[in-house]
Design a protein around this ligand. Structure first.
Ligand SMILES: [Ca+2]
Ligand SMILES: [Ca+2]
Length: 285
């Protein structure tokens, strides 16, 4: 009976890892652009250091189905480049024209967004990033989500994205100075992974119930893991890089006494990125 239960467990484990550990099908739709409502006069000249205040004058972000949305010049990277409407009309930072770009990021269910950033190359003159999803139906500007420089990266979008739905990302571009008005490229770097589950106790007494310790829930997007377990004196008693690696409560072939151990697991995600978990495991007999 014990032998049977153990075999069943092993078969279930292998089946789980074979069935679940497939790649995640995320998708990022082609960039669209919207010309907005034309030149906005600020009335005052906004100092360079306070340039984000220009966004107080921006048009509202058009709704996602607004008929003004058209394909971006290059739907993959944007590649927007026009002559500034400010030339011979307004001095730098006394007026601005706002142009919008949107894309939809489809994040599957049951995954963790480990990191997400958006990098820009060739900005003239500034960008702001806003995210819309079920958590933020009215949109949320990413904290620190402004760049007034030739290029840069906005990070930590992962805290605002929602799995299991389309997340709409909108760039509001501002041209505030003659003569150029361009946004060459935007690149969204999204790293997804399943979140693992690590039990906090097991009972390796040979009764076929909860006799093995292993990392659970290794699913979509996990590339590899490294698990190590230490006793209370800091000695490593188990280590594996195997998804299916199990600890049976022994060390060097000897049965260990009941007690509290510490596990450390590092999970490497497809496409880069990783995360770590550590905690206690109680060995009970
Ligand atoms: Ca400009
Ligand atoms: Ca047991």
């Amino acid at each position: 009976m014990r032998q049977f239960s153990f075999s069943v467990l092993v078969v279930v484990l292998i089946a789980l890892s074979l069935n679940l550990r497939t790649s995640i099908s995320q998708s990022i739709s082609p960039w669209q652009m919207h010309h907005g409502g034309g030149l906005k006069t600020f009335g005052v000249r906004i100092p360079t250091a306070l340039a984000i205040l220009e966004y107080n004058y921006a048009d509202n972000i058009p709704s996602q189905n607004d008929t003004g949305w058209i394909a971006a010049p290059d739907p993959d990277i944007i590649n927007f480049n026009v002559y500034s409407t400010l030339c011979e009309v307004a001095k730098c930072r006394k007026a601005g024209e706002f142009t919008f770009f949107q894309t939809f990021v489809n994040i599957p269910e049951n995954v963790e967004v480990k990191t997400c950033s958006i990098s820009f190359i060739g900005i003239d003159d500034g960008v702001r990033v806003t995210i819309f999803n079920s958590l933020y139906p009215d949109g949320v500007v990413v904290p620190g989500g402004y760049i007034f420089a030739a290029e840069g990266t906005i990070e930590y979008l992962e805290y605002l994205l929602v799995a299991g739905e389309l997340n709409r990302i909108v760039i509001t571009h501002v041209d505030d100075c003659c003569s150029g008005s361009f946004l060459n490229s935007a690149f969204i770097d999204l790293k997804l992974c399943t979140d693992i589950f690590v039990p906090n106790a097991f009972t390796p007494n040979g009764d076929g119930i909860n006799d093995l310790f292993f990392v659970q829930g290794i699913g979509n997007g996990v590339l590899s893991i490294h698990l190590s377990i230490y006793d209370r004196w800091g000695e490593k008693v188990f280590e594996t890089n195997d998804f299916n690696g199990v600890w049976n409560g022994t060390y060097n072939g000897k049965t260990l006494n009941p007690g509290v151990f510490v596990y450390y697991v590092k999970v490497y995600c497809e496409g880069g990125g990783s995360y770590e978990r550590m905690g206690d495991i109680t060995l009970i007999r």
